[in-house]
Design a protein around this ligand. Structure first.
Ligand code: GLY
Ligand code: MN
Ligand code: MN
Length: 440
């Protein structure tokens, strides 16, 4: 067994221990048609991948917990004809030895075997409602088990959402995952630095488009071994930065504008997620600098609170504290800081939250509050983003020199035993460093 399969196998053991008894069914994602007979690039299901490390479509993981504990993979058969056209597939035999499953079978045997495996299991761990196709299959298998009632075979009495158990596990990253996330973060940091230099180098030549800068990201991601962007890149010049999910990326970049880029790569399944905002011409105007320094100060304050024992909302509250005071100082909000926070007036300029869990999914799984409604407590091994910003659309209460400025600064943070580690620290972000990099 390779070192990686030990990591994945230990995740399965952990889940089996939490199930205590019953059967879990975790299918991977389907292949998706983009148009006619062209597919989207295939992306496995994150929960399935977390437990298997197996990247092929048409695969299902089954875990059995109780008197006997075992993990079973159903996957595609070896098929020379299909492999000539589409590429390598492991097949059940090699998948068993390479990935360390107890048993492996052809996916063609799924319908036949699942009702047998489900018989006499007390609980079914399955993510009901996540896929109607799988719901139909699983319900069909359950009905087959129930049909055997008179022969003494019992069906699972309860269905537990297996995602809830896996989510909790995924919130705490292992050293193996942290290493991958560090590498993913480093590739993305390099791409942001590259983009700043690219824009500086191209500036003054007529017409530079947002998509040209996006292309620099793809180049840097792929040449460093990333398999894909982790999400659709936002490359937003000038006023476009005030549209939070802007991704048309097709406008000309103008002298005097800021460029906000929210882009991150995926490396072996793990996302990084960085936003940087910098002047197209390499030099912040006084108004841009004022607002940029404000957002940066709010981000530092937020990162400072991202420590074990603090609650999930502490970084958001710290960022808001700094932003609200800044909005008052810049005459964007009226009244005291407490009244601005209380009334929510700051939301005209800062309308999103300050971060999210990060991992296999860019907005990773995991609850932000417990069942009693209390914020989650940060623990060593959590990974999250810290991403305050401000977005100033033209309005009567906004001084003209601030119009159409959108700024966000986003880093990826690992909570450690003693504080935190900013995984994306290599992406430059101070005014001095950005201007220096763009001049070099
Ligand atoms: N790129 C998505 C986000 O920042 O949440
Ligand atoms: Mn983010
Ligand atoms: Mn982002």
């Amino acid at each position: 067994m390779s070192i990686n399969s030990k990591e994945f196998s230990s995740r399965r053991q952990q889940l089996i221990a939490k199930m205590s008894e019953g059967i879990a069914i975790v299918p991977t994602a389907p292949e998706l048609i983009r148009n006619r007979d062209s597919h989207y690039p295939y992306r496995f299901d994150s929960h399935f991948y977390y437990l298997t490390g197996f990247k092929e479509p048409e695969s299902v993981l089954v875990l059995i917990a109780g008197k006997e504990n075992k993990s079973i993979l159903f996957c595609r058969d070896k098929d020379m004809e299909r492999e000539i056209w589409d590429g390598f597939r492991y097949g059940p035999e090699a998948a068993k030895t390479e990935f360390g499953f107890d048993e492996t079978y052809s996916i063609a045997q799924l319908d036949n075997m699942l009702p047998k495996l489900m018989g006499n299991q007390s609980k079914l761990f399955y993510s009901l409602g996540a896929s109607s196709d799988w719901d139909v299959k699983v319900t069909g298998w359950l009905n087959k088990v129930k049909e055997q009632a008179r022969t003494g075979v019992s069906a699972p009495e309860s269905v537990v959402d297996v995602r809830q158990l896996i989510d909790v596990q995924r919130l705490l990253k292992t050293p193996y995952e942290i290493d991958l996330m560090r590498r993913s973060a480093n590739i993305t940091a390099g791409a942001h630095n590259r983009a700043m230099k690219f824009v500086a180098g191209k500036f003054a030549k007529p017409k530079m488009y947002e998509y040209e800068v996006e292309a620099e990201f793809l180049h840097e991601f792929y040449r460093n071994g990333s398999q894909s962007p982790a999400y659709t890149s936002i490359v937003a010049g000038g006023a476009n930065a005030c549209t939070l999910h802007y991704n048309a990326n097709n406008c000309v970049l103008n002298d005097g504008d800021l460029l906000l880029i929210d882009a991150g790569c995926e490396l072996d399944g793990y996302a990084s997620d960085i936003t940087r905002t910098f002047p197209v011409n390499g030099k912040f105007s006084p108004a841009q600098k004022d607002l940029y320094e404000l957002v940066l100060a709010s981000q530092f304050a937020a990162i400072e609170t991202a420590k074990p024992g603090k609650h999930w909302n502490a970084p958001h509250e710290a960022a808001l504290d700094v932003l609200a005071q800044g909005f008052i100082d810049f005459k964007l909000c009226k009244g005291s800081k407490d009244s601005v926070l209380e009334s929510g007036d700051y939301r005209q300029f800062y309308m999103h939250r300050t971060g999210h869990w990060l991992g296999l999914d860019v907005h990773d799984t995991g609850d932000y509050k417990d069942k009693a409604g209390n914020w989650a407590i940060l623990q060593a091994g959590n990974t999250l983003t810290v991403e305050p910003g401000c977005y100033l659309r033209p309005a009567d209460n906004v001084p003209k020199h601030f119009w159409n400025i959108g700024i966000r600064i986003e880093d990826d943070v690992l909570i450690t035993k003693t504080g935190n580690e900013v995984l994306t620290k290599n992406a430059v972000k101070s005014v001095v460093d950005i201007e220096a990099l763009m001049k070099s």
